[in-house]
Ligand binder design. Structure first.
Ligand code: C2E
Ligand code: CA
Ligand code: CA
Ligand code: CA
Length: 276
């Protein structure tokens, strides 16, 4: 038994060291990523089922690493969040870039598009967050309804960090708030009464299974009905095919986002495809 125990340690330790080293390396590379212009925002359209009219766009972060190539947020956002201040720098950069893009599109004469930006709990812990956002809106001369912040339920619920107060300030400024990954938070719904938000985004795990799993279909329907009852916009994410689309039209879902209409793409590709 002793020998086996040693064997396990010998087997796992190098693997753990390798991972820790990789994270460490990512973190140090990430420190220079903003300064060296390696981060960019891609945009994915949100459309109204049935009319196919664009109702917004989600900004999604991409990192083009000089050696490692494209790195997706799922890999580096957790690293940035662990460091704390890195997430604040990156998150601030994302909101400013989104505002700059909204301004550029308005200046180019394109119809106004509400841009949705993902926000980390780390950003909301910063007391000056709402002031930062307010200043950006002023600097880029944007009305607050052109910006939407996407927060997860767990962020809304984490009152300990003073996040709820920040969310309220943002909302009072007229900035729209969406609950991202709605339905996956294992949380009470009572916050919807205390802190009315503008939009629910039905998590793609339910949307993917609409056609194959009756429970997923029932959950999607129920969320749509609840949003209607509460007077909130509702949008389904992860819409990949016509069948899912038909389901959303039939159940009167207001918005849809997914590969069926378009993957996240660069701003110039987005212009060519959706403002063309
Ligand atoms: P999310 O906010 O839930 O974003 C939706 C993710 O689903 C995006 O992945 C998007 O590319 C992907 N997606 C869109 N349509 C489809 C579809 O039809 N099928 C499938 N399978 N996937 C689809 P992405 O860009 O890799 O981002 C992953 C996550 O990283 C985001 O999930 C979000 O939580 C986080 N993230 C991205 N950008 C930022 C950012 O600027 N700040 C923060 N804090 N988090 C971000
Ligand atoms: Ca999102
Ligand atoms: Ca989501
Ligand atoms: Ca997510």
């Amino acid at each position: 038994a002793k020998a086996r125990g040693r064997g396990c340690i010998q087997f796992f330790a190098p693997e753990m060291n390798r991972r820790a080293a990789e994270r460490h390396e990512l973190e140090s590379d990430l420190r220079t990523a903003i300064a060296q212009d390696q981060l960019s925002l891609y945009f994915q359209p949100q459309i109204a089922p049935g009319t196919e009219q664009m109702i917004g766009a989600e900004a999604l972060l991409r990192w083009h690493h000089p050696q490692k190539g494209l790195i997706l947020p799922a890999r580096f956002i957790p690293v940035a969040e662990d460091s704390g201040h890195l997430m604040v720098s990156i998150g601030n950069w994302v909101i400013e870039k989104a505002c700059a893009q909204a301004r550029a599109w308005l200046d180019a004469g394109y119809p106004p598009v509400r841009i949705s930006v993902n926000v980390s709990i780390v950003q909301l812990r910063n007391k000056d967050f709402s002031i930062y956002v307010e200043n950006l809106l002023q600097r880029y001369r944007l009305t607050p309804d052109l910006l939407q912040l996407e927060l997860t339920e767990s962020i809304i619920m984490s009152d300990i960090a003073g996040a709820a107060e920040q969310v309220r300030k943002i909302k009072d400024m007229g900035i729209h708030i969406a609950i991202d990954d709605f339905g996956t938070g294992y949380s009470s719904l009572s916050y919807l009464k205390d802190l009315p938000v503008h939009e629910l985004k039905i998590d793609k795990s339910f949307v993917h299974n609409i056609l194959t799993d009756v429970n997923s279909a029932a959950i999607v329907k129920a969320i749509i009905r609840m949003a209607q009852g509460l007077g909130l916009r509702v949008i389904a994410e992860g819409v990949e095919n016509q069948e899912a689309m038909d389901f959303l039209i039939q159940n009167e879902c207001e918005g849809a986002q997914g590969y069926f209409f378009g993957k996240p793409i660069t701003p110039s590709a987005f212009e060519a495809q959706f403002f063309g």
